[in-house]
Design a protein around this ligand. Sequence first.
Ligand code: SAJ
Length: 408
Amino acid sequence: MQFETISVIGLGYIGLPTAAVFASRKKKVIGVDVNQHAVDTINQGRIHIIEPDLDMVVQAAVSQGYLRATSTPESADAFLIAVPTPFKDGHHPDLSYIEAASKAIAPVLKKGDLVILESTSPVGATEQMADWLAEVRPDLTFPQTHGEQSDIRVAHCPERVLPGHVLRELVQNDRVIGGMSSKCSQAAVGLYKTFVQGECIITNARTAEMCKLTENSFRDVNIAFANELSMICDKQGINVWELISLANRHPRVNILQPGPGVGGHCIAVDPWFIVAATPAEARLIRTAREVNDAKPHWVLNKVKVKSGRFNDPVIGCLGLAFKANIDDLRESPAMEIVRDLIKSGIGRVMACEPNVHDNFEEFPLYDLNEVLREADILLMLVDHEEFKGIDRESLKEKVLIDTRGVWR
Ligand code: SAJ
């Protein structure tokens, strides 16, 4: 099957790199986004998100005429939907972006087209998407009613790239391909083989959906274990970092690292999709979410206790991003802690985030040296490279609270 033109719906952290990589393989790519600013920026050969090297790939793709962005879907041979799937009240998945995207592309579909859902989705979302497409296009046949004979092929192929390493992981990672029929899967493999060097492994759509949720829940549960250990060790007077490195010398033990909590828009969200669908069974997965969500409050309490001996302490907070060496503040536990500290009024808060430069107005940011000079209490929240070089000797007089093990 030949895919001359590929349309990517949603030009965010996943859609834009995917569109750019297809374009770099000399495919004609039409990127679609409801955000006019994103569309205009991309059409100027620039990017509206931060991801290493992506600017160069997009610049080349646009200037060579392979990538173009628009806010209105156009005809193509394959459509990839990469829109957000957040949760709404009660941690239930919100599929409204997928619904809007499917209804937007349905009018331009033609016989033989392939539609792929890439967004992380609860089990059943791909079938739901196919139903939305079929509602708008009763003149075409879909796999849920016509199986292998369907006019339109539909598959779920979840993205699994790590922010900060997206361009490499897009190409090198293995890819799970969950078609709604075997012809759907084969078509999707054909498309991804344009650039994927990893293996493309075929399964059905529901298993592919669950696979992505499982990967992120696995990580969440394991981080929760580390976070729980850190709180146990604190009570027992044991250095958790030393403990974990010792336990990890066992050939079958591999504990992750504790932190101030779990952030980002994936690991803190996706496990809830499993819990929402099977609440009675997903007890461990729910508890892990609760343990990780409670960790920022535990850290805040630690600061309050340590502040007790000062009158009006200066509290230096190192890092705001959701993990090291990025600028992404979404769902960041460090942000939550700093906000709550400011609200608590227990002292003067000086926050430092070397990766955020402009357009940050929520509270003042300070230079690292200024924070190191003035703080009575130093709270390490993100293990950015800049903080690893801090001279420990110069901190002798300060109270240190290290949520990341930088000063282990
Ligand atoms: N974290 C810890 N301790 C650790 C590892 C991570 O506290 O030992 C924290 C981080 O500080 C951060 C959060 O967990 O706050 C998540 O960071 P991460 O690096 O584990 O993951 P993300 O959210 O950047 O990307 C994840 C990846 N999933 C897995 O590794 C299973 C990525 O491959 C997915 O594509 C991505 O979610 C996604 O889009 O779903």
